[in-house]
Ligand binder design. Structure first.
Ligand SMILES: Cc1cc2nc3c(=O)[nH]c(=O)nc-3n(C[C@H](O)[C@H](O)[C@H](O)COP(=O)(O)OP(=O)(O)OC[C@H]3O[C@@H](n4cnc5c(N)ncnc54)[C@H](O)[C@@H]3O)c2cc1C
Length: 424
């Protein structure tokens, strides 16, 4: 029976694996290279705005059921907040037009039959033309599968798929886009309620998991970067963390590697992983949202794509943002603030701000890169992989991360079960 499980990486995938195994009475050690858990999903105190901010605004949908279950398992489901109905207000900055899509609260996408609830100036036929996405194969492009032009595309499909895939939708994987559509839009408004960790990503999705693991006696080791695996006889038998003795991995022990793809590829030479990435840019402004401002506003026709209203702060997300990575920070902050003013209907000089550019926010969700994602099983029988970039069938998302962590944990559980059956 595996007695100890070492989890490398304390991002959401590593934490999901740890929480699942912590509930199954394993002795756990989580090794995180940095001084903070959360990986690409974390909060920190920012001196420029004098606020605790997230590295990026993270949007979940109520249909992200594994992510929601993960929050429930660490006691923070109530920290994921959003409107009661799946309503998405939008503004077009070029025309000034504002509208709201109301997906309702049913389990079927009935809203497409109701002219008053669907995107203005669209017809039922436009929605039916999206159907091929639902069963598209992994190798196909979105651009070869559905119409990537017209009002419905510009006002709903493009913003949704851009946010989900983090690539310009036509170049994206139709298989990944189809998975998103099946689990959200096609599952009706009940699966599309937007959810935000209003009190911060770390407070809702990270710190409670660490606390729970510590309460169960897990060792959480920060500043503990795995440098090398030692393998023998088809299994990992030691972990090397530079500058100290190696940690021996016992005959019954297991390791889950939940690090990003570049780190994984260097730790396991020969492992095929996605190798191309796209940036996400977030702008945070210390500014009280005007009364009645929706918590999430879709923005068309500007640089900004989504505008989030938090207490004391307006924040924006820009996906597929490689074009903005080299732009001078102040210039970018000014450009974004202009969009924010128009979208939120506010005015004023640039308030205290912060720009966070995550250069390798997600792997490129193209068919080519999607084909490079490995499953959780490795050539070493006590080593399993987790991470949003493993083959989850979803783009790089919290939902995919949690699923990958759960899947790796289930393989460790199966290993224990197997040994029990064999009586060892
Ligand atoms: C700006 C931004 C916005 C996003 N928006 C959304 C969104 O709206 N909705 C959504 O669902 N998803 C969103 N995502 C994606 C989501 O954040 C990721 O899918 C998820 O956080 C990935 O988790 P992970 O555990 O797979 O990887 P990571 O978060 O990358 O975790 C890996 C961890 O491993 C550690 N590590 C690396 N090497 C080593 C080593 N050798 N030894 C020990 N530790 C190591 C790293 O420090 C890190 O903590 C966004 C991402 C970004 C960057």
């Amino acid at each position: 029976m595996p007695k100890t499980v070492h989890i490398i990486g304390a991002g959401i995938s590593g934490l999901a694996a740890a929480v699942r195994l912590g509930n199954a009475d394993f002795k756990l050690h989580v090794h995180e290279a940095t001084q903070q858990a959360g990986g690409r999903c974390r909060s920190y105190f920012d001196a420029s705005t004098d606020l605790t901010i997230d590295n990026g605004n993270h949007l979940l949908l109520s249909g992200n059921r594994h992510a929601v279950a993960y929050a429930r398992s660490i006691g923070t489901e109530a920290g994921l907040v959003g409107p009661k109905r799946a309503q998405f207000p939008f503004v077009d900055l070029e025309t000034g037009q504002r509208w709201q899509i109301d997906l309702g609260d049913s389990r079927l996408p009935l809203w497409v039959f109701d002219e008053g609830r669907r995107v203005p100036d669209t017809s039922l036929r436009d929605y039916l033309a999206l159907a091929p996405l639902i069963w598209a194969g992994q190798g196909r492009l979105v651009g070869d599968t559905i119409p990537c032009h017209g009002t419905l595309y510009q006002r709903l499909v493009q913003p949704l798929l851009l946010a989900a895939l983090n690539v310009d939708p036509p170049e994206g994987s139709a298989g990944l886009a189809g998975a998103v559509v099946r689990e959200t839009l096609l599952a009706g408004g009940e699966a599309c309620r937007p959810l935000i960790a209003r009190d911060g990503l770390s407070a809702v999705l990270v710190e409670p998991a660490i606390k729970l693991l510590q309460d169960k006696g897990a060792g959480i080791h920060f500043g503990h970067e795995l440098r090398e695996f030692a393998m023998s006889a088809g299994r990992v038998d030691a972990l090397k963390f530079g500058g100290e003795d190696a940690i021996a991995i016992g005959a019954d022990d297991a390791v889950i590697m939940a690090v990003p793809p570049r780190a994984a590829a260097s730790l396991l030479p020969g492992l095929e992983t996605p190798s191309k990435f796209r940036a996400i840019v977030n702008g945070h402004f210390r500014f009280d949202p005007p009364p009645g401002m929706p918590p999430i506003l879709g923005v068309i026709g500007g640089t900004v794509e989504w505008l989030f209203a938090f207490p004391n702060r307006l924040s924006v997300t820009i996906s597929n943002a490689d074009r903005l990575v080299e732009m001078p920070r102040e210039e970018l902050a000014q450009a974004i603030w202009q969009d924010v003013c128009k979208a939120a209907g506010v005015a004023g000089d640039l308030p205290p701000w912060q720009i966070v550019r995550e250069r390798r926010a997600t792997f490129e969700a193209t068919p080519e890169q999607n084909a490079l994602r490995p499953g959780p099983v490795t050539a070493w029988k006590n080593l399993f992989l987790a991470g949003d970039w493993t083959d989850t069938g979803l783009p790089a998302t919290i939902e995919g991360s949690v699923r990958s962590g759960n899947r790796a944990a289930d393989l460790v559980l199966a290993m224990r079960q197997d040994r029990r059956l064999k009586g060892s």
